[in-house]
Design a protein around this ligand. Structure first.
Ligand code: TYM
Length: 328
């Protein structure tokens, strides 16, 4: 059976880009593939500087994962720090990737530039090595992600191939899987930048748990272009194209087909806002229900961690054995 792994960080609230680019596909794959999904709290530590935040964010994010439809009876949903193998293989991966390779990661360049006056941790730099460990621990075939993670999956492949070459066949070489529509949801106020938790303002971000009226308003105020032609052209018309692609992701139509149905921006904005509200409505209801029982959520995560550990421990042992480390 095809093995799938993908993870999300508990930093900031989950937004529409996370959902359309990743989470929705995680749910779609769960019945015919063996899926593992982690809330990667160790990754969040790269930018955590206040106590008492990460744990609460981890629990809320886990509730979102179940609310979007991951079924704990088939999907393995776990918290990264509950499976210690991630940290151990993370270190091993750091020793398999070069300083030069890590220096070329665009996410590191972007994030460290944005934190110009802030503390830039070494973890932010070595982050892709830990991500490689997340993926390789599960003998992963497919990694469903948004477009911004492509480079991290590419470096994971490079590390896996290098390790297998140096130390013998150890890791499955994974591949990234991107959705047809929604792989790169853009900020509604700045459609040349991806929708991102680290954006300067919230006005262009649609959160999964935003109130329906707020969602409609954010779409109404979305930045479009100076002329008034509705056409799908990401280069020339980034704002309109972003709306068309979001609507396409909601309805299953193509962006081009949708474009031909509109002659004005107003109705396109209104329909896209409504479509997103309807898409998110059941998720918001389930989230509310799940958050009333934190004990049950934690029990589900313990069950997930146990299943994840069983797989991860086997892979880590294989890696240590092939490296020739002394057994304990
Ligand atoms: P994170 O937490 O930033 O995002 C989670 C997922 O959401 C996708 N995504 C988007 N997709 C479309 N449009 C957007 N604007 C958008 N913004 C975010 C991301 O591509 C991602 O799939 N490094 C990862 C977390 C991670 C991971 C892993 C992922 C750690 N280990 C192992 C896969 C496999 C991250 O920061 O994602």
């Amino acid at each position: 059976m095809t093995r799938v792994l993908s993870c999300i960080q508990p930093t900031g609230d989950v937004h529409l880009g996370n959902y359309l680019g990743a989470l929705r596909n995680w749910v779609a794959g769960q019945h015919d593939k063996d899926v593992f999904h982690g809330v990667v709290d160790l990754h969040a530590l790269t930018v955590t500087d206040r106590p008492g935040v990460v744990g609460q964010a981890t629990l809320e994010l886990a509730a979102v994962l179940f609310a979007v439809g991951l079924d704990p009876d088939v999907a393995t949903v776990f918290v990264q720090s509950h499976v210690v193998e991630h940290s151990v293989l993370g270190w091993i991966m750091e020793c398999q990737v070069s300083f030069g390779e890590l220096s070329r990661m665009t996410q590191f360049k972007d994030k460290s530039a944005k934190r110009e006056h802030d503390f830039v941790s070494a973890g932010l730099f070595t982050y892709p090595a830990l991500q490689a460990a997340d993926i390789l621990l599960y003998d992963t075939d497919e990694v469903p992600v948004g477009d911004d993670q492509r480079q991290h999956i590419e470096i994971t492949r490079d590390i896996a191939i290098r390790f297998n070459h140096r130390f013998g066949d150890t890791f499955v070489v994974p591949r990234a899987v991107l959705p047809k529509a929604g792989a790169r949801v853009m900020d509604l106020q700045d459609p040349t930048a991806k929708m991102s938790k680290s954006a300067g303002s919230d006005a262009g971000l649609v959160y999964l748990l935003d109130d329906p009226a707020v969602i409609v308003k954010k779409f109404k105020r979305a930045v479009t272009d100076s002329d008034s032609e509705v056409r799908f052209d990401r280069e020339a018309k980034p704002g309109v194209s972003n709306l068309l692609e979001i609507l396409a992701a909601c309805t299953g139509d193509t962006a081009d087909a949708l474009a031909s149905r509109y002659s004005q921006y107003g109705p396109l904005k209104a329909d896209t806002g409504e479509a997103v509200v309807e898409l998110l409505r059941p998720i918001q209801t389930r989230y509310g229900q799940l958050m009333t029982d934190r004990g049950e959520l934690q029990a589900l995560l313990r069950k997930g961690a146990a299943k994840a550990t069983a797989v991860a421990a086997t892979t880590l042992e294989r890696a240590k054995h092939n490296l020739g480390m002394l057994p304990g």
